[in-house]
Design a protein around this ligand. Structure first.
Ligand code: GAP
Length: 434
């Protein structure tokens, strides 16, 4: 984990936010490589959840939201964690995250004390004010999940898209929670991005769709490179269930500190649509004009986090091996998840190679995210690309000027193949295909 955090910062995946001021409370800024990788994670999710389906449409709701939404959804009342204070060192903790002593008593991670105040609920929503007056009528919240944006737009989407259950709305966007305990790098932060699908189904089909989405989502992680034995599906106990859920299972990943949640898949029943219908006075139901049937759909919700998914891909992909008697670090990322798909590496910095190298770069830029590096020795440049997970390196050498061909080097096998430049786009595209 330490090595991953080091690599993340050194290579520009994630930097502690406001680092020049000593950092800011577990917030992170994504650097050049982190931004590329996060985009790829979101694209891979969007492709499978929206692009390859006919019955799922996109949505992008506001982050700044009316208190009425959170009152109706139950978040104002129930979206809280149990908070305790250590009586010895006065530090504040989330009760259910405290480690325990050998005899099972909760223990303060800071001073080791075991004397705590009674637990009290702490609402996790960030409150702010809209407009110039900071009074109760101006209160707004930063959304703690993207999900409610789907429910309050249910009638709008139904009207514009003429969909029939089962259908879904998909959304990727920021959410904010005033988490009491953050940590483990970007695993738990106060500002994070979610990828959520709300899948509206006939109530009697909900159990079947719940199973369907558990399988689909688990397979998605495997498809994009996480070994199956580093994943598990863990059903929630009754005590763990959110206030809206009739059943939830988490996709968990074997993090270095133990199993941790990547995604929750919940059967939210008709809880949210009914709550918003009652609070707003609007009808939020599906009416089938051919059968005359009318009902409030149940919702199956696969809800994933971008940063946790990135972390899992980085951890699962991080390996070391030996090439030519030298140890190398390789990030074995899926070509569609890796920040760059291709690196163009002129063998020498000499001007003679420059025009052809630029030509190769311009050929490949429309089909792949390309890095271009003409510094240092070729061996060191290969090592850098291996370390950031670039699946293909294209080397332009002096022979390229004569034979109009370049060398493609494969990250994992280090095998090299000479390819004519006029077949390069095809050769690269086939190697980085979805
Ligand atoms: N709409 C349901 C919902 O929000 P959740 O399990 O609270 O469910 C879904 O959140 C996913 O969002 C989690 O599985 C996790 O990947 C991500 N997530 C939640 N809280 C997070 C936090 N504080 N930091 C980073 N990611 C978080």
């Amino acid at each position: 984990m330490e090595e991953l955090v080091r690599l993340s910062k050194a290579r520009g995946f994630a930097f502690p936010s406001a680092e020049i001021y000593g950092g800011f409370r577990s917030t992170y800024d994504y650097g050049p490589l982190g931004v590329l990788m996060a985009r790829n994670v979101k694209d891979a999710w969007w492709r499978e959840m929206v692009q390859l389906r006919r019955e799922v449409v996109g949505l992008d709701a506001a982050v700044l939201s009316s208190p009425k939404i959170w009152e109706a959804s139950g978040h104002l009342k129930s979206f809280a964690d149990p908070l305790v204070d250590c009586r010895t060192c006065k530090q504040r903790w989330r009760e259910d995250h405290l480690p325990t002593t050998e005899d099972g008593k909760p223990q303060c991670p800071s001073c080791g004390g075991t004397d705590f105040t009674e637990a009290r609920p702490f609402n996790l929503m960030f409150k702010t004010f809209v407009g110039p007056v900071e009074d109760e009528s101006a209160v707004a919240y930063l959304r703690p999940e993207t999900a409610q944006g789907h429910f309050v737009n249910f009638a709008n989407v139904l009207q514009t898209e003429h969909l029939k259950p089962p259908f879904g709305t998909a959304q990727i966007g920021k959410a904010f929670r005033n988490e009491i305990t953050t940590g483990n790098f970007v695993f738990r932060t106060r500002e994070f991005e979610q990828m959520e699908l709300e899948y509206f189904v006939p109530p009697d089909e909900a159990p079947r769709w719940f199973e369907y989405w558990c399988t689909e989502r688990l397979n998605w992680y495997v498809r994009f490179g996480i070994p199956r034995d580093m994943l598990r599906l863990r059903p929630h106990t009754k005590e763990e269930l959110s206030h809206y859920s009739a059943g939830t299972a988490d996709v968990e990943f074997a993090f270095p500190w133990g199993w941790g949640e990547l995604e929750g898949i919940a059967n939210r029943t008709d809880y949210d649509l009914k709550a918003h219908a009652e609070a707003s006075g609007e009808t939020l139901e599906y009416f089938d004009s051919t059968t005359g049937e009318r009902y409030v759909p149940y919702v199956i919700e696969p809800a994933a986090g971008v940063a946790r998914t990135m972390m899992a891909f980085l951890i699962a992909g991080y390996t070391t091996d030996e090439v030519g008697g030298e140890e190398r670090t390789v990030l074995r990322l899926h070509p569609r998840i890796a920040p760059y798909q291709v690196a163009i590496l002129p063998l020498s910095k000499k001007d003679t190679l420059l025009p052809l190298s630029q030509e190769v770069l311009q050929l490949l830029q429309p089909v792949a995210m390309c890095d271009y590096d003409d510094t240092r020795s070729i061996g060191r440049r290969y090592r850098r690309q291996d370390e950031i997970g670039t699946p293909l390196c294209v080397t332009v050498d002096f022979a390229s000027l004569e034979d109009k061909a370049v060398t493609i080097r494969d990250r994992d096998s280090t095998a090299q193949e000479r390819v004519p430049i006029d077949r390069l786009v095809e050769a690269v595209a086939s190697r980085i295909a979805w």
